[in-house]
Every structure is written in C-alpha cells, then in structure tokens.
Design a binder for this molecule. Structure first.
Ligand code: KIV
Ligand code: ZN
Length: 525
C-alpha cells in the first residue's frame, strides 16, 4: 500500500454557493449561505466559491461576510471578463485570510459569437482582465467557459495568455456536460504538454452532469494531471448539476488503489452537509443517489441482508460511519428526554444551539404523541422543517382545519399571519390540498404558478410523516419550499407558504438584474 502522504494532493473547490445556487429555485438566504460556508470550511474544503459579487447586493454581502468568517478555506468570488466585475469581486473577497478572484469568458465558437469578439479581440480581453485581477490579488483563477468545445489550438493559446498574465489556477470547464472520461483526460494532458508555463500552475476540472459523466470526467482529469476538482454538495447545479463533492472524495478514498490521491476532506461531515443543502436549496436528494441517498446503505433483499449480517463487506464498499451516518440504534419515543434527543441528533450530525433544541424537543414530543416510534428520518425531517421556517418570515401558518371526504367540495379554514397580523378565511377546492392552497391565495394574492407538488412518506406506516416539496414560478423567478408533518395537508400548506416566503425574499432584491440568474454571462464588456 502506498504511503498516503506521498500521494498527490487534490484541492477541493466547492461551488455549491455559486454554481449550485444557480439551479432554478435553489436560492438560499444570507443566513443559510453563511451556515453552509461554515460547514464547508469545517469539513476541509480548500476553496469555497461563495458567490458572484456583481450579481446583486445580496450576493456581494454574502461573499463579503463569508470571506470575513472563513477560518481556513480560501474564499473565491466569480467575475466576468470586465474590470467592473473584477473590482466588485475583489471588494468582497479581500476580507478573507486567503482570497481568490475567479474570472471567466466563453471561448468556444458559440460563446465567442455572443459578445461578438474575434479570436484576437478575445485574447486581448483575456490578457487585460487577468492582468487586472492579478494586480488586485495574488491568487487568480481563470476559466475558458465551454473549454471542451473550444478549438484545441485556440484553447492552448488563451491558456498560455492567462498564465502569462498571472493566473495561478486554470480551470477547464465542461460547461454543458459534453465530454467523456477519455477526452477529459486527453484535454488536460494536451494542455500540460503544449502550453508553456503549464507546469507552474494548477489545472482544475469543472464538469456538468448533462450526460451523467461529471464524476467520471473529473476523476479522469485528475488522473491526467489536474489538481483541483470543482464540485458541489449533492451535485447541485444548473440543469443536471455538477460533479458531486461526496462522489469524487469517496471514490478517491475507497478506490485509493487505482486513484492514489488525497484530499483534506473530513468525510464524516458529508451526510450532515448533504442534508443541510437538500433542506435549504429545496432540492431533495434522490433515494438512490450515490453516497448520500437514503438507500445508499439500505439492504432489502434476503440474500443481501443475510450477507450483511455475516460480513458487512459482502455488500458495502464503505462503512456508513465513513460518511457520518450513525451506527447506533437508540430508539426514540415519547418517554425520551432532552438529553437523549440531543445525543441522538448529534449522532445524526446535528449540533443544535439550546434554543433550537428546545424548539425541536417540543415538536418531537408532539410527534411522539402521535407516532409510536420516532425514526431517525422523522427527526431529520423535524430539524429540516425547523431550518426552513424562520421567525422573521412574512407569512406563517397559524391554524388550518380541512373538511374532506367523498362529498365535495372540500373546505379549508386557514389562519395566516402576514407581517405579524393574523388573517383568516374559508375556501373550497377540488380536494383538501386545493382548498387549502386556495385559502392561501385568498389571504395572500399572488401570480405565482405551481410548477411542482410532490409528497413523500418519510418512513413507513399510516402514521408516517409526509415531506412535501413545492416549486412555484412568478415572472421567471422560481422558489421552492419544503415541510414535513404527519398531516399531509398541513405539510402541503407549510411547504407552499415556505416557497412563497422565499419568493418574497427574491422579489425584495432591488435592481431588475439584482439576481444571479438575471446577470447575463454574455455581458463581458
Ligand atoms: O460551467 C461553467 O463553465 C462555469 C464557469 C463560470 C466556470 O460555471
Ligand atoms: Zn459551471
């Protein structure tokens, strides 16, 4: 076995708060961004891309505060290839112990056509903007967006220009998830061979998952010499998402024999941060997702269960505890006290402040009165629910009563607190959920369209909690909400109201382009 310390070190660059947050509907609040950044820092992420400072006042404030608070991670901000973006980015990241400016421009024929720059004009722009960034900060990353569809000769030319202008990291994005592992490796190898000065900088890989090959492409790039992987928690990101942090890190750990690289990541923090990102982004993790899916360590078939009882290695290539899952089977019920709850939540990866614990404890007791056994997943749903609803939310569900059955129309009586004032209404609808949603619309009129309504049972049994996910859209703004309750209609209304609160936050962002999804990548000038 190779000595780990002699293995090549691969830097982990997490862009959950920038590329991940760009997924339609994944907008996070300022506080949520700070909490996720603290967790990334704590788990050993080398570089956190905290946002796109020019995109909005909110993004600027989040990047600045994350920069101030970061303990060990380098804090990076994104900037297009223009001085205004780069200056704004520097203003935000300069507070960090270790700041980085990441500037980019689309170099493929399709992307060059948009700002209408010819090859020479674009080369000049790259030289000028990277030089400008490097005059502000000694840690500069440059990305030729859509690198995998850029002509090889031109890619070599612009990478050389960026290196000469002072870029210390060159990121090679597969922006549209188009490449395949062999090609991904060949591209990095070609750049290392052909570009003068390539041995002096770090190559990074940034893969999108449109063909489901992002993780494989990232690892292939590393085998070819890339030494930074860009990724997100749960693979969050535009369209099919990005390389998932947990996948590349665990692949290098479990298959260290063929992927002999080391990272600084504490893998036992993976489950905790995965759950946090799923909750605040409103993007639940699919059950069969590698490493972090609910079924990743579940064994149902008789043969598998039998094998597991005899030797866990028969059907598990890593231990659940490696990623932070609990090994204990402390059963919680209505007689369990606060200390047991705290211990159980700690096992599940949640460290709650006293006031948060008090709130979860009250809700746990209420749940234990309704349900015989409270499973781990019930507790996770409770904590997640608490995390998504904030005391300062504009809308809060105070009371709901529904009448349903075979004889319609179904009815809902709802009391909603709007900006601290209680309002009540009676509504009818085609089913109890429709009636309750109509009541919300009567009390808080809006034009948002319901794009997704999804119910999942948290555990088994008719007394199981239901987790409801809702996605709404209003004039191009997308917001998601989630909630859990043993009463599916209550969970539905709370999820809907949670999505509306997020929409209200997004509406409050001032300028028309005051949102990261509203800033055009094209505006490179
Ligand atoms: O996918 C991409 O090309 C990006 C760039 C901004 C680096 O996210
Ligand atoms: Zn990207």
């Amino acid at each position: 076995m190779t000595d780990k310390t002699s293995q090549a070190r691969v830097l982990i660059f997490d862009t959950t708060l920038r590329d991940g947050e760009q997924s339609p509907g994944a907008t996070m609040t300022h506080q949520e961004k700070l909490e996720i950044a603290a967790m990334l820092d704590e788990m050993g992420v080398d570089i956190i891309e905290a946002g796109f400072p020019i995109a909005s006042e909110g993004d600027f404030a989040a990047v600045s505060e994350i920069a101030r608070l970061a303990k060990t991670s380098t804090i990076c901000g994104l900037a297009r290839a223009n001085y205004k973006d780069i200056d704004r980015c520097w203003e935000a990241v300069k507070h960090a112990k270790s700041p980085r400016i990441h500037t980019f421009i689309g170099t493929s024929p399709l992307h060059r056509a948009i700002p209408n720059l010819d090859m020479d004009q674009m080369a000049e722009r790259i030289h000028d903007t990277v030089t400008h960034a490097r005059n502000l900060c000694d840690n500069v990353q440059w990305s030729p967006m859509d690198a995998t569809r850029t002509e090889h000769d031109y890619l070599c030319r612009v990478v050389e220009i960026a290196i000469k202008a002072g870029a210390t990291t060159i990121n090679i994005p597969d922006t549209v998830g188009y490449t395949a592992p062999r090609e991904s490796a060949a591209l990095i190898r070609m750049l290392l061979e052909r570009v003068p000065g390539a041995d002096k900088i770090i190559f990074a890989t940034h893969c999108h998952n449109d063909l489901g090959m992002a993780t494989a492409n990232s690892l292939a790039a590393v085998e070819a010499g890339a030494r930074q992987i860009e990724c997100t928690i749960n693979g969050l990101g535009e369209r099919a998402g990005n390389t998932a942090l947990e996948e590349v890190v665990m692949a290098m750990k479990v298959r260290n024999d063929i992927l002999p690289f080391r990272t600084a990541i504490d893998t036992t923090k993976i489950i905790n941060i995965s759950r946090k990102v799923a909750t605040v982004s409103g993007f639940p993790v699919q059950f069969n997702k590698a490493i972090v899916g609910k079924n990743a360590f579940a064994h149902e078939s008789g043969i598998h269960q039998d094998g597991m009882l005899k030797n866990a290695e028969t059907f598990e290539i890593m231990r659940p505890t490696d990623v932070g899952l609990s090994d204990t089977s402390l059963v919680m019920g209505k007689h369990s006290g606060r200390a047991a709850l705290r211990a159980k939540l700690r096992d599940l990866g949640y460290e709650l402040a006293d006031n948060q614990l008090n709130d979860v404890f009250v809700r746990f007791k209420a749940l234990a009165d309704r349900k015989k056994e409270v499973y781990d997943d019930d507790l996770i749903a409770l904590v997640s629910d608490q995390e998504t609803s904030a005391v300062h939310d504009t809308l809060q569900v105070k009371r709901l009563r529904v009448v349903c059955g075979t004889e319609g129309p179904q009815e809902a009586e709802l009391t909603l607190s709007i900006d601290g004032v209680d309002h009540s209404v009676d509504a009818t609808g085609d089913g109890p959920v429709d009636a309750a949603f109509n009541a919300v619309k009567m009390l808080f009129p809006h034009k948002a369209r319901l794009q997704l309504y999804q119910v999942q049972a948290v555990t088994e049994g008719t007394d199981a909690q239901a987790t409801v996910s809702v996605r709404i859209e209003e004039e191009g703004r997308i917001a998601t909400g989630q909630s859990a309750d043993t009463d599916t209609v209550v969970a539905s209304v709370k999820a809907y109201v949670n999505a509306l609160n997020r929409l209200i936050t997004r509406r409050k962002k001032t300028a028309p382009d005051a949102d990261v999804k509203g800033v055009s990548y094209r505006d490179a000038g």
